[in-house]
Write a protein that binds this ligand. Sequence first.
Ligand code: AMP
Length: 399
Amino acid sequence: MNLEFKNKKVLVRVDFNVPLDDKNKITDDTRIKSALPTIKHILKSGGAVILMSHLGRPQKKLNEDGSVNVKKFTLQHLVSHLNKKLRLKVKFCPETVGKEATKMAKALKTGEVLLMENTRFEKGETTGDPKLAKAMSTLADLYINDAFGTAHREHASTAVIAKHFKKGNKAFGFLMEKEIENANRLLNDPEGPVTAIVGGAKVSDKIMLLEKLMNLANNIIIGGGMAYTFMRARGGKTGNSLVEEDKIKLATRLLAKAKKKGVKIYLPKDSVIADSFSEKAKKETKYSMRIKKGWMGLDIGPKAQKEFSEVIVNSKTILWNGPMGVFEMKPFAKGTMAIAKAVTKATSKGAFSLVGGGDSVAAVNQMGLAEKVSYVSTGGGAMLEFLEGKELPGIKAMS
Ligand code: AMP
């Protein structure tokens, strides 16, 4: 971010899409905290900061008369929290672009921060409307993109806007730099053994990631709901477990490809099975290949935990994407917890560990282990697409 900020107005696209409770209080401010270094740096360097972000999906939940539900989705909800974090009085503009926005941006002085209203109140934001992007760009001299969480979207404020700033007048923020650097550390010549842990609900969401990992990893550990499609590919009986019937052939192909490439695939030997998808269900531990009719695997079992942990602890580079079971329900959270512990143990022995994409980030945060892994990504879908090898529009637009 080596631009000259002195006496400049700097439009910073951040990802302040934070979760709010019924009273519009922020329940997790990770995304705000992650953007602070960039904002503080610009202020310290003599610039004025204009913040833009989206919050939720206001266009999907319009009022009955077709208007935007301002009360629910306004970024005003964040102002008092931002004031505290930045130790100054953040100004709030009730629109993203327009007369008032232009006036307030113009009047903004060095050292001040102006938060614009939710970018998604503008219909053209998610469609990448060039006119909207142009209008946004006229508010500032410089553009900083620090919104990694939306880098995989070609929206007006995240990608299209960049072309209105010349090279030298735009840059990535510190968070964006960190996300890219950490993902690249994993993708470019990582120290072996490299182990990828992939879990979560569906194989279909992770096909591209699995394909990419075949070229990268020595070991691929597959847990969570998606493991059962692979069990079926190996001829197992999986009862009522989550299986994507139309992906069994693909799972067979992936297993064969791994074998050919010498990549070791680990599936959970045993599972915690339940007689219904509920916290109160009856549960037992059984071999994952022999799950009874009417029962379903909702977590990896103790044998799997032990085997997976041993592989993880002996790795030098680790990627973790997706939980090992239905960790939101306490009776099925043990497997995910055991894997989180193994990843932190490997990290303490010098491994590089990246937790990125999907619910594994929530799991690590929930367990209070975020500080004990090398890097926790703030971008779920964006990190997944980056790791899959896709070029993200928010990154591409800057070059
Ligand atoms: P993802 O967003 O792909 O990381 O998927 C996360 C979701 O997968 C979580 O909501 C988990 O509850 C769910 N999940 C994990 N294991 C299982 C399982 N064995 N059966 C059903 N859902 C699962």
